[in-house]
Each structure stands twice: as C-alpha cells, then as structure tokens.
Design a protein around this ligand. Structure first.
Ligand code: 5GP
Length: 191
C-alpha cells in the first residue's frame, strides 16, 4: 500500500485568488502529487483538454453519477453548472502511489475535509482584497460581465469561511504564497 493512501491535499479559494497558479507550482515541484481531475458540466474553454483539466460531462451523465454514489463531493458551483470529485479519481491517484491535489470550491473543500478529517490538509488561499480579485478576473478575460459579477459576489461569501481550514495563505505576492504552500505541503507529506 502506498504511504499516501487516503492522504488528500485540498487547495481552495475564491475564483481568481491564485489557487490555480499555486496548484501548478506544487504539481511541477512534487512528483508525489497528482492533480485530481474533477468532473464538470460547464463548457470546455479553448485551452482546456477533456480528461486533463476536467472530465467534461453532460448534466444528465453527471446526475446519473450522483445517483450511483460516485462522488466524494459535488456542488453546483455556478448557476446550473455542476462540479465534483469522483471517488474513482482519488483511488486512481492513490493506486499510482501519489497524493491527490484538489483545486475545488470552498463548500466542496469542507465536504472532503469532513470525510477525511485525519488524512486531509486544507489550504485556503485568500486574495488581498475583493477589489483586487475583481481586477485579476477582469484581466484574465475569461468571464462575461454577468459571470464576473457572480464570481465576485461568491468570493465575498467564500472568504467568510476562511477559518474552517487547516492553513490560510494570503496571496498578495505569488512567489511568497508559493513558498508558504511549499513548506506546508512538504511537512504534510513528510518529505
Ligand atoms: P472554473 O470554472 O473556473 O474551472 O472553476 C470554477 C470553480 O469550481 C473553481 O473555484 C474550482 O476550484 C471549482 N471546482 C473545480 N472542480 C471542483 C470540484 O470537483 N468540486 C467543487 N466543489 N468545486 C470544484
């Protein structure tokens, strides 16, 4: 059995707080980590690949998997759009002797933490401010005015949960935030 069996690292944050950059940094640095590919029903962006960034599913397929108990957690993260972590995905990674790294929303993170209280590590990435987060999302250019506003509203709500997590990193400087995450992960994995 792998020494990482049942270990899970969860990076969570409001959209635009920089968790994807920190997740990428950790995945590049530690071959012991593997990105947990979520299932999602939103449309694929041009730069994304099915089965790499997400398992893109129809709403019908997603709901069937909910009924069959295939998810560790799932959420309707945005209106009408489902995202979820598949049990089989975590097992695939453990079977590969790696530790899954999840990049999921705040509610999903709390649900995974509740199911794996002794073997999970939750890291909350906090944006320096909601105004800065809005600016980052605008410059990323992936959102419509409507979806941008939805993400900004959701961010304020999500920041109110920050004390639920094992570790909290304020991302006012990406390099510094990555270094902090690095140290936390190294300790958790016993490296
Ligand atoms: P995006 O649409 O920008 O790829 O992701 C939107 C949000 O959904 C992000 O906050 C992302 O972390 C979250 N997300 C991605 N996968 C999952 C998942 O499996 N479960 C949950 N609860 N949230 C997820």
């Amino acid at each position: 059995m792998s020494s990482f069996q049942n270990k899970i690292i969860i990076i969570t944050a409001p959209s635009g707080a920089g968790k994807t950059s920190i997740t990428r940094y950790l995945l590049n640095k530690y071959p012991q980590l593997a990105f947990s590919i979520s299932a999602a029903t939103r449309s694929k962006r041009d730069y994304e690949t099915d089965g790499v960034d997400y398992y893109f599913l129809t709403a019908e397929d997603f709901k069937q998997k909910i009924q069959q108990g295939e998810f560790v957690e799932w959420e309707m993260v945005y209106e009408g759009k489902y995202y979820g972590t598949l049990k089989a995905e975590l097992q695939r990674i453990w079977d590969n002797h790696q530790c899954p790294l999840l990049d999921i929303d705040v509610k999903g993170a709390i649900h995974v933490q509740q199911q794996y209280p002794d073997t999970s590590l939750t890291i909350f990435i906090e944006p320096p401010s909601v105004a800065e987060l809005k600016r980052r999302l605008e410059s990323r250019g992936t959102e419509t005015a409507e979806s941008l506003q939805a993400r900004v509203n959701k961010a304020s709500y999500e920041i109110s949960f920050k004390d639920h997590f094992n570790k909290n990193i304020i991302n006012d400087n990406l390099e510094k935030a990555c270094a902090e995450a690095d140290e936390i992960v190294r300790e958790f994995l016993g490296l």
